[in-house]
Ligand binder design. Structure first.
Ligand code: COA
Length: 703
């Protein structure tokens, strides 16, 4: 990435406005006015072939006529003129363009957009947009946009793929009293994309936290790689989670993979905190821009009211930070600052009598203690206490503790005085919220962020016994046959090449062959139709299980063929698969899709009714380490079934995790070939006994 050009684009020493206008109804006028009104200290060059002056500034007919250097140019001329502006910008040595103009990829003019990028690349010019509102930075006092005003001063940056939303959020910084350092409209992302900006903002001294409003990535993996490396917290709000999964899917996994699941997995794997909605995006941005991550689970809640204490306790459980009692020595200390009827356990209830001193002293003790890893301070406004004094007591205690590596979050519930006190706290870098659950949600995000960052830094596993060539050979045979779907036998051969334990499965092309293979494998056996056109074998009456003798085997052979022909007269029938009948175990499903944004993506869940009805599955963008696979096993709702419930032995989660990891490796290795796949069911046995893939499906990419 050309960081120098992005530097110039984001922190320009001089800015031109191509299409600057004297007509106050035009965007070209508003941008010049905004740059002046924002207090920008660099040079401003309005460009207009007809005007001599715009808003008191000398105007130039073209970029090439400007005497000095130009770092960045805002483009506000109609789409059809933009390509020539890019050419001029290149010739002039402009480093970056903020192209506000619409009328490109978003309305189908993809070629014109591609031409802009190609031309810009020729000259090493970076493009923000097109189809954007512009870029706003408080540090630079630069409002290079047609959004009304620079946002309230804050420390976080917000990058938005929606222009209208960016303008709305700009104004909302004032009503919500949550400031922002930068607001960046990213539009069509023809050149500069989310990944570029995360990488750049991560190194920007003025930015402490990066928030993203995302409608979709062009290259999900590029984003993940950059986000994983980011030192600063990244928060994402993903919109449009419902449309993604709408495409018809040939596999079970394909039908279950929606954008919410795949993006959610990708964010988690990249250490990106996910916001649930716009309010939450603001709330989390406040917390993550002002406070350090929470490095452990020991949360202390201090309150003057039982009600808010209970609400916060409930929220702590909901947000995966269940409260524990504080150690006895801290309890003894804290008891000094509450009446007999208070509680020093956790939540620490100072009672309604608590004023400045009790808040100050208890906060200082709790925050300084080594056991505490995060602190939430709650306050209900009472007639006997002054919210501003309480706020000052909290701030003083935090300062005096000298502790800098733990987060503290506050919630005051009350009227105007509480509002003012909270605003004061925010100005003093202590995030404050109007409800206890919001405060707990915010601190849980700081915890979640730290947990994810630990995982991101885990090394990947090395896997042995992998025979990619054998897998490709099977795939080639199917391709030569003109098929996009592997038969079950072929899919199992591919799985076996990656070390997945599959049931012995052989193809019988006649009744006699079926009989011979059944003898060889040993009764009882399972028999299944093998036809590339019949993927849902049971629906076609193509599966017979628990066949115990030769007569039943021959009988089943004939019935299966008859049923298959009735089901689909045109189906190519390869024969009947004769398989060992694996002993019954806990059914799970493994599967994959080749996601349009993130590429090979892995699914795991409990099988049978759990996947059919409850859709109790979890996703990861592949590859997946064994450790991550163990987390997948633990995070599904049905996890206790695999851990062993009601006297049942625990299932072999170790082998299951290894199998998931191998499967994920396989789909990365074969991503040029495999579009979707399922291993369903996989039967998992008790600890030490492993598992068996009983049925397999692989759909190839169309070539
Ligand atoms: N160099 C510099 N200025 C030029 C020029 C050139 N080569 N050619 C024309 N201009 C001037 C025009 O003369 C005009 O100035 P004037 O008012 O003094 O005559 C100015 O540039 C603007 O051109 P105009 O044709 O009047 O366009 P406009 O202002 O009506 O619309 C856009 C231009 C870019 C605003 C419009 O095409 C557009 O894309 N609007 C949508 C923007 C948007 O919503 N973005 C996305 C938000 S999410």
């Amino acid at each position: 990435m050309n960081v120098t050009a992005l530097d110039a684009l984001m922190r320009p020493e001089s800015v031109a406005i191509v299409g600057a206008s004297t007509d106050s109804t035009k965007i070209g006028y508003t941008v010049v006015k905004n740059i002046i009104d924002g207090g920008y200290k660099g040079k401003i060059y309005p460009i207009n072939p007809k005007a001599n002056e715009v808003l008191g500034l000398k105007a130039y007919p073209s970029l090439l006529d400007v005497p000095g250097k130009i770092d960045a140019a805002v483009v506000t001329v109609p789409a059809k003129l933009v390509l020539s502006v890019v050419e001029e910008a290149g010739k002039k040595g402009v480093k970056g363009l903020i192209i506000i103009s619409s009328g490109f990829g978003e309305v189908g003019n993809k070629d014109l957009e591609a031409q802009l990028v190609a031309k810009a690349k020729e000259y090493g010019v970076r493009i923000m947009g097109p189809n954007i509102v512009g870029t706003l930075s408080n540090a630079e006092k630069l409002n290079a946009s047609f959004a009304p005003i620079l946002p309230l001063v804050g420390k976080g940056a917000l990058v938005s793929q929606s222009g209208a939303l960016l303008i709305a959020l700009d104004m909302a910084t004032f009503t919500r009293k949550v400031g922002l350092e930068k607001l960046i409209s990213i539009g069509n992302m023809s050149d500069v994309d989310f990944a570029d900006l995360v990488e750049w903002l991560d190194k920007d001294d003025a930015t402490s936290c990066i928030s993203l409003y995302i409608e979709g990535f062009k290259d999900g993996r590029k984003f993940m790689e950059v986000a994983k490396k980011a030192i600063k917290p990244v928060i994402a709000l993903k919109a449009g989670v419902s449309a993604h999964g709408a495409a018809a899917a040939a596999s079970h996994t394909g039908s279950l993979a929606g954008a919410a699941k795949v993006y959610g997995a990708a964010f988690q794997q990249a250490g990106v905190v996910q916001a649930t909605d716009l309010n939450n995006l603001f709330d989390l941005s406040l917390a993550l821009s002002l406070q350090p991550p929470m490095l452990g689970d020991n949360l202390v809640i201090i309150t003057n009211g039982g009600g808010v204490g209970v609400l916060a306790t409930d929220a702590a459980e909901k947000f995966n930070l269940p409260l524990k009692f504080v150690p006895k020595d801290v309890q003894e200390e804290l008891k000094k600052y509450m009446p007999e009827f208070g509680s020093a356990k956790n939540p620490v209830d100072l009672t309604g009598m608590a004023g400045y001193d009790w808040y100050h002293d208890s906060v200082k003790i709790a925050f300084s203690h080594k056991w505490t890893e995060g602190l939430v301070v709650l306050y209900c406004e009472t007639a006997m206490t002054n919210p501003m004094e309480i706020a000052q007591g909290i701030k003083k205690a935090i300062d005096e503790s000298g502790v800098k590596n733990k987060p503290v979050i506050v919630s005051f519930v009350g009227g105007e005085k509480s509002e003012k006190a909270m605003q004061w706290l925010v100005e003093n870098e202590i995030p404050s919220y109007s409800a206890p659950d919001l405060a707990v949600h915010a601190i849980s995000a700081l915890r979640e962020y730290a947990r994810m960052k630990e995982i991101v830094s885990e090394p990947e596993d090395k896997l042995n016994n992998i025979d990619k060539l054998a897998a490709l050979k099977v795939i080639r045979t199917a391709r030569e046959d003109g098929r996009d779907a592997l038969t079950e036998i072929e899919a199992k051969q591919v799985f076996a090449a990656y070390g997945l334990p599959t049931t012995i499965t052989k193809l019988a092309k006649s009744e006699d062959e079926a009989s011979a293979l059944a003898q060889e494998i040993g009764f009882p056996i399972v028999m299944k139709i093998v036809s590339p056109e019949i993927l849902h074998k049971s629906d076609a009456g193509g599966v017979k299980v628990n066949i115990k003798d030769d007569v039943s085997c021959r009988d089943a052979y004939r019935t299966i063929l008859k049923n298959a022909k009735e089901y689909n007269a045109n189906a190519h029938i390869h024969g009947v698969a004769i398989q060992e009948m694996a002993p019954w175990g806990t059914e799970v499903i493994l599967g994959s899709i080749n996601d349009a944004t993130f590429g090979p993506t892995m699914m795991f869940g409990l099988g049978g009714i759990f996947v059919e009805v409850l859709k109790d599955v979890t996703f990861r963008v592949a590859p997946v380490s064994k450790k991550s696979a163990l987390r997948m096993i633990e995070e599904i709702r049905g996890a206790p079934i695999l851990a062993g419930v009601r006297g049942e032995e625990p299932r072999d989660r170790d082998v299951l995790a290894e199998t998931i990891s191998r499967y994920a490796h396989m789909i990365v290795d074969l991503q040029e070939e495999v579009s979707e796949s399922d291993a369903n069911p996989v039967l998992v046995y008790q600890e030490g006994r492993g598992l068996k893939v009983v049925d397999a499906r692989i759909i190839l990419k169309k070539k």
